[in-house]
Design a binder for this molecule. Structure first.
Ligand SMILES: CC(C)(COP(=O)(O)OP(=O)(O)OC[C@H]1O[C@@H](n2cnc3c(N)ncnc32)[C@H](O)[C@@H]1OP(=O)(O)O)[C@@H](O)C(=O)NCCC(=O)NCCS
Length: 314
């Protein structure tokens, strides 16, 4: 049994930016309401780009930052809830674009917790000897699921992608990806739904807010315990970017004071499965985290599913 580590990250957002003022021309809302309730100022919206395009761009950057070649990758996992095509799956389409030969390739849909689920399955595959090097991607075109007349949802979500290049570690090395804490409350699955042939997202906002601010911190603490680290020792915390008030409430309940806390929701909105790798990649690119830093990733949302793990910063 050998562990795995994140070698490099990459991210991509479509160029079109929608401001709160732009949205106030579509629905009865305003910048002050959006910033005070969710903390969002802007979000990126894909025009012609598909979810495969977004995923491929992010994966290409992670690959370039890793110094590895496509030929060295044997597993591609994409976390997404906005794949349009049923076959080939998003991971296979990305692998084809990147010229990755004969990979195991599959998609995971646990909505906003998807990236940590995908990262865990890649880590488990590597530990089991079923894979050696993986591209793990979170990519979403959440704009496809929006009703642009519903002010309670259209102001919240955005599009984008983030990716990690993950590879096996030497035997005996400290694991770069800690044990996952994952689960769900399927009996409460109707709290966030994306349903129909032309899918539309809707949610019980207050109920999800209460769940996230009360139930997630103890689970995130468990992920730290399983990695043998106290939350106060973390250098970084990258929770799902749902809402600034939720992020700050969880960080405060965890007793995080000195760590860098990802607040990319301000610029990017909620990008579901893309939010964690997107925010993490930006922190690393800006030099706000250093190689080897312990960072807690924690996704939560639709399902009501959650997953997280402590990783070492690439
Ligand atoms: C969605 C969320 C921002 C709504 O904020 P809230 O404070 O709970 O607001 P409510 O839904 O109670 O609505 C309060 C009022 O604001 C209104 N409102 C909703 N969206 C609005 C908008 N964009 N602009 C202005 N007013 C808005 C509502 O219509 C309601 O008006 P009313 O009192 O006249 O009926 C908040 O509940 C939230 O972030 N929940 C968590 C969602 C989440 O994280 N989901 C994860 C999905 S992965």
């Amino acid at each position: 049994m050998t562990g795995s580590r994140i070698v490099a990250l990459g991210h991509y957002q479509p160029p079109k930016v929608l401001t709160n003022d732009d949205l106030s021309k579509l629905v009865d809302t305003d910048d002050e309401w959006i910033r005070s309730r969710v903390g969002i100022r802007t979000r990126h919206i894909a025009e012609d780009e598909t979810v495969v395009d977004l995923a491929t761009e992010a994966a290409q950057k992670a690959l370039a930052n890793s110094g590895r070649s496509a030929a060295e990758v044997d597993l591609v996992v994409v976390a997404t809830c906005t794949a349009v095509e049923r076959s080939p799956n998003t991971a296979a389409a990305v692998a084809a674009r990147l010229g990755i030969r004969a990979p195991a390739a599959y998609d995971i849909n646990t909505v906003c917790s998807g990236f940590s689920y995908a990262l865990a399955t890649a880590d488990h595959a590597i530990r089991a000897g079923a894979a050696g090097r993986a591209l793990v991607i979170g990519a979403e075109r959440m704009s496809d699921t929006l009703d642009w007349t519903d002010r309670s949802t259209c102001v919240i979500f955005g599009d984008g992608a983030g990716a990690a290049l993950v590879e096996a570690q030497e035997d005996g090395a400290e694991p770069g990806i800690g044990p996952v804490v994952w689960g769900s409350e399927p009996e409460r699955g109707d709290a966030v739904v994306i349903t129909g042939w032309d899918p539309v997202i809707s949610q019980q906002g207050q109920s999800v807010f209460r769940w996230a601010t009360t139930q997630i911190a103890p689970l995130a603490r468990q992920a730290c315990e399983r990695a043998g680290i106290d939350p106060s020792e973390l250098k970084g915390f990258v929770p799902h970017q749902a809402n600034l008030r939720i992020i700050d409430a969880i960080a405060s309940r965890l007793g995080i004071t000195d760590a860098v806390v990802a607040r990319d929701v301000v610029d990017s909105g909620n990008t579901s499965a893309a939010s964690v790798p997107l925010a993490f990649s930006k922190l690393v690119e800006r030099g706000e985290l250093s190689p080897g830093d312990p960072v807690l990733l924690f996704g939560f949302g639709g399902g009501l599913a959650y997953a997280g793990q402590v990783v070492r910063c690439p």
